[in-house]
Design a protein around this ligand. Structure first.
Ligand SMILES: Cc1cc2nc3c(=O)[nH]c(=O)nc-3n(C[C@H](O)[C@H](O)[C@H](O)COP(=O)(O)O)c2cc1C
Length: 206
């Protein structure tokens, strides 16, 4: 029996062209205790089933958004999902305590270089800063926010041979989350989850 039930909400508008996220999703589907939901596949016309999505949230302890960074944010589907699913009285408001005590973080890929996501880089903000609206969403809904797991320079990652090692870390992270073997307080204070000490020791065995 998994200790924690992990939900990966995946959003990629053109998955057939994905070089990174499709690999991550394939790996996530193989981890016992992890539920993967492919939002663009399930809702091609954006008609999100609110009751079903809320029920899924209730049944899981760790909620992960997985996506390619699009214009410094999530693809539109994940915004629509938030707008519809995180209702008053469910996710916030006096009676809206359904998500209290859960854990939330983002697993994303970005075309820009890691150096660009710095105060003095051309994107001016760190990836954690860029995701501040999601951090505050987690706080507002009573979830513990962990630092984002990110893969930068995603468009060249496959040719550079960096996808396999990232998939390896992602798989390990999911397994540890299921086993409830993560120091959540430490993971919440980092700039990036990639800096989580035990994660940095994972070797690429692919
Ligand atoms: C519409 C669009 C917007 C994008 N916006 C950004 C962006 O704001 N920052 C960035 O670093 N990369 C951006 N990218 C690049 C994607 O993040 C990158 O192609 C993706 O992470 C690669 O993952 P994949 O191989 O799974 O598709 C954008 C790409 C598209 C198509």
């Amino acid at each position: 029996m998994p200790e924690k039930r992990v939900l990966v909400l995946y959003a990629h508008p053109s998955p057939h062209r994905s070089e990174v996220n499709q690999q991550l999703i394939r790996a996530a589907k193989q981890v016992e205790g992890v539920t993967v939901v492919d939002l663009y596949h399930d809702y091609p016309t954006y008609q999100i089933n609110i009751d079903l999505e809320q029920q899924r949230l209730l049944e899981h302890d760790v909620i992960i958004f997985q996506f390619p960074l699009y214009w410094y944010s999530t693809p539109a589907m994940l915004k629509e999902w938030q707008d519809l699913v995180l209702e008053y009285g469910f996710a916030y408001g006096q009676e809206g305590t359904a998500l209290h005590g859960k854990v939330f973080f983002c697993s994303l890929s970005a075309g820009g270089k890691a150096e660009a996501y710095q105060t003095d880089g051309y994107n001016h903000f760190t990836i954690r800063e860029i995701l501040h609206p999601l951090e505050q969403m987690a706080k507002m809904t009573g979830m513990q926010y962990l630092a984002p797991l990110s893969l930068f320079s995603a468009r060249t990652a496959r040719d550079d041979g960096r996808v396999a090692s990232h998939v390896q870390k992602w798989r390990w992270l999911l397994q540890q989350l299921v086993a409830d073997n993560i120091d959540y307080d430490q993971a919440s204070t980092l700039a990036k989850l990639n800096h989580y000490p035990a994660l940095q020791t994972i070797e690429d065995d692919a």
